[in-house]
Write a protein that binds this ligand. Structure first.
Ligand SMILES: Nc1ncnc2c1ncn2[C@@H]1O[C@H](COP(=O)(O)OP(=O)(O)OP(=O)(O)O)[C@@H](O)[C@H]1O
Length: 243
C-alpha cells in the first residue's frame, strides 16, 4: 500500500479553553477526494487547520506527505483555501492569480487556465473587491489551484456558487485527483457534494463518528437520502463506555 498522504494519530486540540478535537485518528490515501461534513462547530475547520499546520495542538501527531504538518518543506506542496478570501481586494483577479502563480513558479498561461476553470475569465480584469462574495471565493480558489499542489485543503470551496458551477468545480477536483494524484480534503455543508467524495468523514463534537463511502453510509443508515443518513448518525445516542 502506498504511504498515506495524511496520517493523524490521537490528535487533541483545545480552542478557547474548550476541547475541540477529541483524539482523532485518520489516514488519507493519496489521490483521493475526502469530504468532511458535520454540524456547525463540530471541528471541521479545526481539523483542516491541523492538516495545514496552522493550528496549535495539545497532543498527537499530524503527518502530511511524510512530513510533520506545517513544516517549511510542505509550503509549496499544500494549498489551503480558507472560508474567508485571502486575495487582495485592490488587485484584479488576473493580478492576484498571477501573483500566486509566480510564487509557485507557474506561468501566466497556468494563471489564465485556472481563471477559466473557476469561471472567472469574463471578470479577469476586474478588481476583486468589486466582485460578489461567490466570485471572490472563486478568485481565492483559483489562487489555491494555480499552485498545482500535491495536496489541496479546501474549507467550503463552493459556498455561494450556483449548481452548474459547483458541478464543474467538483468534476475538476476529481480530474486533478485522478490525473495528477492530488490529494483533496474538503469540508462541505452541501450533501450532493458530499455524495461526490470518494470517502466521507462525519464529525460530531470533535470526533469522527462515521468514515465510509457515500454508498456505504446510505446502506448502513438504510436511507438513500444522504441528508437523512447524516441526521440519523448525528442523532444516534453516544456510546457510553462500560465500567
Ligand atoms: N478562534 C477561535 N477561538 C476559540 N474557539 C474557536 C475559534 N474558532 C473556532 N472555535 C471553536 O472551535 C469549535 C470548532 O470550530 P470549527 O470552526 O472547527 O467548526 P466547524 O465544524 O468548521 O464549523 P462550521 O461548519 O460552522 O464552519 C467551535 O466550538 C468553535 O466555537
Amino acid at each position: 500500500m502506498s504511504e498515506s498522504a495524511v496520517r493523524i494519530r490521537d490528535l487533541v486540540v483545545y480552542r478557547g479553553g474548550a476541547l475541540v478535537l477529541d483524539g482523532i485518528d485518520l489516514d488519507v490515501a493519496p489521490g483521493t477526494v475526502t469530504g468532511l461534513v458535520g454540524p456547525s462547530g463540530s471541528g471541521k475547520t479545526t481539523l483542516l487547520r491541523c492538516v495545514v499546520g496552522v493550528q496549535k495542538i495539545k497532543s498527537g501527531r499530524v503527518t502530511v506527505l511524510g512530513r510533520p504538518a506545517g513544516t517549511a518543506a510542505l509550503r509549496h506542496e499544500v494549498s489551503y483555501l480558507t472560508q474567508s478570501p485571502t486575495v487582495y481586494g485592490d488587485l484584479t483577479v488576473e493580478e492576484n492569480v498571477r501573483h500566486f502563480a509566480a510564487l509557485y513558479r507557474r506561468s501566466k498561461r497556468d494563471a489564465a487556465i485556472v481563471i477559466e476553470r473557476v469561471g472567472l475569465s469574463p471578470k479577469s480584469r476586474q478588481l476583486v473587491r468589486k466582485l460578489s462574495g461567490g466570485q471572490q471565493t472563486r478568485a481565492n480558489l483559483a489562487c489555491a489551484l494555480v499552485a498545482a499542489p500535491r495536496m489541496l485543503v479546501l474549507d467550503e470551496p463552493t459556498v455561494g456558487q450556483d449548481p452548474l458551477l459547483r458541478r464543474e468545480l467538483w468534476t475538476h477536483f476529481h480530474n486533478i485527483a485522478r490525473a495528477e494524484g492530488t490529494t483533496i480534503v474538503v469540508s462541505s455543508h452541501v450533501m450532493d457534494e458530499a455524495a461526490r467524495c470518494d470517502r466521507i468523514l462525519l464529525m460530531r463534537t470533535g470526533k469522527i463518528i462515521a468514515d465510509d463511502t457515500p454508498e456505504m453510509i446510505r446502506k448502513e443508515t438504510q436511507t438513500d437520502d444522504l441528508d437523512e443518513a447524516f441526521l440519523r448518525l448525528i442523532e444516534a445516542p453516544v456510546a457510553v463506555p462500560q465500567v
